[in-house]
Design a protein around this ligand. Structure first.
Ligand SMILES: C[S@@+](CC[C@H](N)C(=O)[O-])C[C@H]1O[C@@H](n2cnc3c(N)ncnc32)[C@H](O)[C@@H]1O
Length: 503
């Protein structure tokens, strides 16, 4: 199988993949933590978040629930699974119905996760395993879903990733020092390799004997059941890995860090991949972020396939594959769903307007809004207008910027009016209206009437247009006018040539 990175919503991408393709799936989806990651700072040192983790019971959730309840049987092996998933989700509705907004948010999150877990089940080979990384917000519900899809007898472990505590201490509860990884196999006949945790005596002093094959060992005093004492050989392999994996979370100064907010340590993924796959197998990560799974899999001679929604993730991924393994996109691995020409962009917009909108707003350094049809804008972020190391980030002046993407040819002043309303609702200092085709004079007139945002004696139009055209794909030009810090970053690489300053 060719190593591939896909850009797009993993549910759409997985639908198209053949059944029983992968030996191992690790996924680290958003957790429903309630944190909003949708803030993007202009300063290249402060490159930030790629996605939000706030869920709403909205039209998307309702449509997804409907698609589960009335599963169209596209993959016949999922018909029964989807029926069970649907019942499970109804059970969650009963549990969560009295929890108001939080309950709705959890229902939306679980409705998002359920069909994706079912697809992963289909995509795994009979010997395959899934590792679902989650935190305490939703792990108990996700375990129920996995029981329904993979069946309880295929539950193998609930791993605790003991990561240690970093950040501001919480005063009214215990510090959260771990995350949970749920491990299920698809069947009873699954790939398994014993993993030994690292030996804690690095100088191996007690292993002062050498056997006929040159391996060091120690003689350890033992007792048989009949009381007889004997000396047995012990080799320095460490002890069998338990279900608590102790690996510190990446420090902010760690060389491994790529600036991606939820990046996991390579060592964690290496341990999982070694335990549940063999060299030559294919490892799959449908929420691959900045590519920790991909990097670990490649280093361990496995094939790999990753999916992520945001190009903000694909760029650091390419960088690490280049720097650590000398791999080059389109030579050593495929990239799917990522426009590199104007024609690609038109095609993506036709096939998947949401993915196109996500791609376009992330080109501006903004974060996609969770539901692109909601609220009249597709991307949001904040401009940092000045920076002072001695002032807390939260107190620095940040102004909201929003963007709306219209990929069709039919462009009308009413669309600009609707966007203007969204700008007012969001208190946006600047709005960017993105198109693939030229806007009309009437649209320009409306934009001009919005006037200017002034900063440092310079004026920036409050409502600007960015028409994505060939020049963007050839030299990265984005003709919008913003205060210098954002300008700097916007001049960054337009596509996956790994030089972006976003991260
Ligand atoms: C917690 S991060 C994964 C981090 C990753 N394990 C790493 O070490 O970099 C979750 C990722 O899921 C992606 N994501 C969220 N929804 C998605 C979807 N529907 N399809 C594909 N990717 C999605 C986000 O863009 C984000 O990069």
């Amino acid at each position: 199988m060719k190593n591939t990175l896909h850009f797009g919503d993993n549910l759409n991408v997985m639908h198209e993949m053949p059944s029983e393709s992968y030996h191992l799936c690790y996924l680290d989806p958003p957790f429903n933590s309630g944190r909003n990651y949708n803030i993007f700072l202009a300063n290249s040192k402060a490159q930030k978040k790629a996605f939000g983790d706030i869920w709403h019971w909205d039209d998307t959730a309702i449509a997804t629930r409907d698609a589960i309840t009335h599963y169209n049987g596209r993959h016949p092996e999922l018909i029964d699974v989807m029926e069970n998933v649907s019942e499970c989700l109804h059970g969650f509705d009963t549990i969560l119905k009295s929890s108001g907004r939080h309950g709705d948010s959890m229902r939306a999150y679980l409705t998002f996760m359920a069909p994706r877990l079912a697809e992963i089940y289909r995509l795994l080979k009979p010997t395959g395993s899934i590792y679902l990384h989650c935190d305490p917000h939703a792990s108990h519900y996700l375990k129920c879903l996995l029981d329904v899809i993979f069946r309880p007898e295929n539950f193998r472990n609930e791993l605790t990733w003991f990561k240690g505590y970093r950040g501001t201490p919480r005063k009214n509860r215990y510090q959260q020092e771990h995350e949970t990884i749920l491990f299920y196999s698809k069947t009873n006949a699954y790939t398994w390799n014993n993993i030994f945790s690292e030996y804690k005596d690095p100088d191996l002093k007690r292993y002062n004997k050498v056997d006929s094959e040159g391996n060091r060992y120690a003689l350890v005093k033992r007792q048989r059941t009949n009381g007889e004492v004997y000396y047995g050989k012990t080799y320095p392999r460490g002890k069998l890995q338990g279900d608590v994996i102790e690996i510190p979370v990446l420090a902010s100064t760690s060389k491994e860090r790529l600036g991606y907010p939820t990046q996991k340590p390579l060592a964690l993924l290496e341990r999982i991949i070694k335990a549940s796959s063999n060299p030559g197998d294919t490892v799959f990560d449908p929420f691959c972020g900045c590519g920790t799974t991909i990097d670990a899999a490649h280093g361990l001679n496995r094939h790999w396939v990753g999916i992520d929604l945001t190009v903000l993730a694909l760029e650091p991924m390419e960088r690490r594959l280049q720097e650590r393994h000398g791999l080059q996109a389109n030579r050593d691995y495929h990239i799917e769903g990522y426009p590199t020409t104007h024609q690609d962009a038109v095609l993506l917009a036709e096939q998947s307007p949401n993915d196109f909108a996500n791609w376009a707003v992330t080109r501006l350094g903004l974060s996609p809004t969770p539901n692109s049809n909601d609220g009249g804008f597709d991307g949001t972020g904040k401009m940092l207008l000045w920076e002072n190391r001695h002032v807390a980030e939260t107190e620095q002046q940040k102004l909201p910027v929003i963007a709306e993407v219209k990929s069709g040819r039919s462009l009308t002043p009413n669309q600009v009016r609707a966007f203007r309303t969204a700008m007012q609702d969001q208190g946006a200092a600047i709005g960017i209206f993105v198109t693939l085709h030229p806007v009309t004079r009437g649209m320009r007139n409306l934009a001009e009437a919005e006037g200017f945002f002034e900063h440092n004696n310079k004026r920036y139009p409050r409502l600007q247009f960015w028409q994505i055209n060939d020049s963007y794909f050839t030299d990265g030009t984005i003709l919008v006018s913003l205060p210098w810090q954002i300008d700097e970053r916007l001049k960054a690489s337009p596509h996956h040539d790994s030089q972006s300053t976003l991260f």
